[in-house]
Design a binder for this molecule. Sequence first.
Ligand code: HEC
Ligand code: HEC
Ligand code: HEC
Ligand code: HEC
Ligand code: HEC
Ligand code: HEC
Ligand code: HEC
Ligand code: HEC
Ligand code: HEC
Ligand code: HEC
Length: 336
Amino acid sequence: MGRLLKGPAFFQSGVRMRFRLLLWTAVFALAAPAAAGPQDKPQGKAAEQKGPEAAKKKEYVGSETCAGCHDEIYSNFTKKNPHAILETNKKRGWETKACEACHGPGSVHAETNSADDIRSPKNMKAAAIDEMCLSCHKNQPTHVGRLQSSHARNNVACTQCHNVHATGAESTQAQYRQAAGINKKCASCHSDVWASFQKPYRHKLNEGAMACTGCHNPHASFLNKNLRLTSGTEPGCMACHSDKRGPFVFEHAPVKNEPCSICHEPHGSANPRMLARAQVLNLCLECHSNIQSPPKATTAGGVPPAIHDLRNPRFQNCTICHQKIHGSNANGAMLR
Ligand code: HEC
Ligand code: HEC
Ligand code: HEC
Ligand code: HEC
Ligand code: HEC
Ligand code: HEC
Ligand code: HEC
Ligand code: HEC
Ligand code: HEC
Ligand code: HEC
């Protein structure tokens, strides 16, 4: 609204936008934000393009100055925000100017009050936001910096999940402390996945006993689908279902070689035990038959020996007899 009223400034905004991008590139080129500090100068071409007036150097003015006009944001920030440590900590290079750690030097904006003169993530491209946040959040334990994540690739910026200035229940710190808060955030975009969790057989996400992040790392992972790892390359399922890990004397090949989701529907299922098929027999016979069309797995199992009369209901519920279906230490046919 405010911006539209400015007329000529609005018509120039394309140029300004590009200028700002160049400027930020220059800032980042100066490497670590701690080092970016006061040498933040627009350089060469970028400065010329904007003419003498606009080339006025942007300086850091300190958070107190911002507080003069943005008092509510400022006071919330200093009370609860984890980034408030930037304001007081000497080692991080942003002492007394935490606001400008993200918003860039604010001297010009403090004079003009124009949104065009301040770095505003609201108007930035997802990739540029990620880059800004990662100027500090590199190399953290949760892979935040691994931008091959499908979120980063699909323009879901850090700020779509982390609302920096939100307070109370909407703040990252409060929201992500509980499974229910995380699930609500994920479900706000992945409504189809959330719908699966309404099926009868499922993990207890609705009850807030578990979060999407039990299985997925929202930032990134070495596995497909941002799946969490436990140790080595094991799927995250093992963190809770370690009894399925083995090693067993008699392994069931797909448990070892395929993802658990070849037999289970991890987001919820209409079938007991979250099985991918309503009848166990159909699940087993997808691999244990000589008609493989199309082969579901890279490896097929053997055909059940002749004692199995598959027309006889007694033989249809395979796991009644093959009880140790994930692997056995006692029996090669996994009967016990
Ligand atoms: C003299 C008052 C004043 C000071 C000082 C001031 N601002 Fe602002 N700021 C404003 C006004 C007014 C707006 C609304 C501009 C608009 O909507 O066009 C604004 C808007 C913003 C925006 C949002 C821009 C957008 O895209 O909507 C950000 C971010 C911002 N200011 C950050 C800062 C920071 C950081 C500082 C300290 C370095 C600061 N401001 C200092 C008055 C001020
Ligand atoms: C960790 C980075 C970070 C820090 C530090 C930070 N901000 Fe922000 N700020 C953001 C982001 C990201 C947004 C955009 C919010 C969004 O997308 O909802 C924003 C938005 C704003 C806005 C626009 C709000 C609106 O709703 O229009 C203002 C004003 C602002 N910040 C002022 C400040 C002030 C003042 C400080 C210091 C007290 C500060 N910011 C510190 C990241 C930061
Ligand atoms: C200037 C450096 C800097 C920038 C830029 C920055 N952060 Fe931070 N961030 C920190 C520091 C310092 C902390 C305090 C916790 C710590 O020591 O790691 C923090 C904490 C956080 C936390 C809370 C972590 C926790 O353990 O609860 C989140 C989430 C976060 N930042 C997200 C962001 C996002 C999103 C952006 C971009 C909009 C951003 N940060 C930009 C330095 C930064
Ligand atoms: C799809 C949503 C989503 C996106 C996108 C996202 N995060 Fe997170 N982030 C989360 C959730 C959820 C948590 C809590 C993780 C947990 O509990 O396992 C978290 C935790 C964090 C933490 C605290 C834990 C730690 O690693 O120290 C930081 C810092 C953080 N995120 C920064 C970022 C940054 C920087 C980006 C952008 C590059 C980003 N996040 C993008 C959802 C997201
Ligand atoms: C702002 C919307 C948004 C939010 C919030 C969000 N996502 Fe996503 N997510 C996407 C988009 C867009 C994609 C890429 C397209 C797709 O696969 O649907 C995606 C993809 C994914 C994928 C698939 C990865 C792949 O490689 O195919 C997983 C897993 C995922 N998100 C998990 C989560 C989790 C867990 C959360 C909560 C911490 C979350 N998402 C929050 C929008 C979002
Ligand atoms: C019990 C573990 C588990 C939980 C909890 C879980 N997921 Fe998944 N998710 C998986 C597995 C495993 C896959 C891969 C399925 C495949 O490859 O067929 C997957 C795949 C996905 C995908 C890729 C597209 C698709 O549907 O296959 C998205 C998006 C996704 N999950 C989002 C979420 C969200 C959002 C939540 C929370 C509401 C969530 N997941 C909770 C295990 C889980
Ligand atoms: C954070 C811990 C956790 C993770 C990670 C997890 N699960 Fe579970 N799982 C549980 C709990 C707890 C139950 C029991 C739920 C209940 O009683 O409702 C369960 C139940 C199940 C069941 C159904 C058991 C039954 O009796 O109906 C299956 C199948 C299952 N999980 C498969 C998986 C798969 C596959 C994965 C990985 C994609 C996985 N789980 C990841 C905790 C987890
Ligand atoms: C070859 C298909 C197959 C694979 C692969 C498989 N499961 Fe199962 N799983 C089953 C069947 C069938 C049942 C039901 C057993 C029953 O009804 O007694 C089951 C039951 C379960 C149960 C609930 C009962 C119990 O034994 O605790 C859990 C939990 C479970 N599986 C987890 C996993 C995990 C985790 C993985 C991946 C490591 C996995 N499954 C891989 C077929 C499979
Ligand atoms: C994804 C494919 C797949 C599914 C589904 C599957 N199996 Fe298997 N199964 C195999 C493979 C591969 C082997 C190992 C065959 C070998 O080593 O010759 C195997 C081995 C076995 C064995 C040990 C005997 C042998 O041939 O080595 C039994 C018993 C068995 N499966 C029963 C079942 C039952 C019961 C089910 C249904 C709950 C089932 N399987 C589901 C692929 C599968
Ligand atoms: C009534 C109990 C029972 C049921 C039900 C049953 N089996 Fe079996 N299965 C056995 C016995 C007993 C053996 C023979 C074990 C041996 O020879 O050591 C066997 C052997 C097998 C073998 C070969 C094992 C090997 O070591 O070569 C496969 C494969 C197999 N069954 C698959 C299935 C499938 C698939 C189903 C469901 C359609 C099923 N079984 C249902 C009892 C049963």
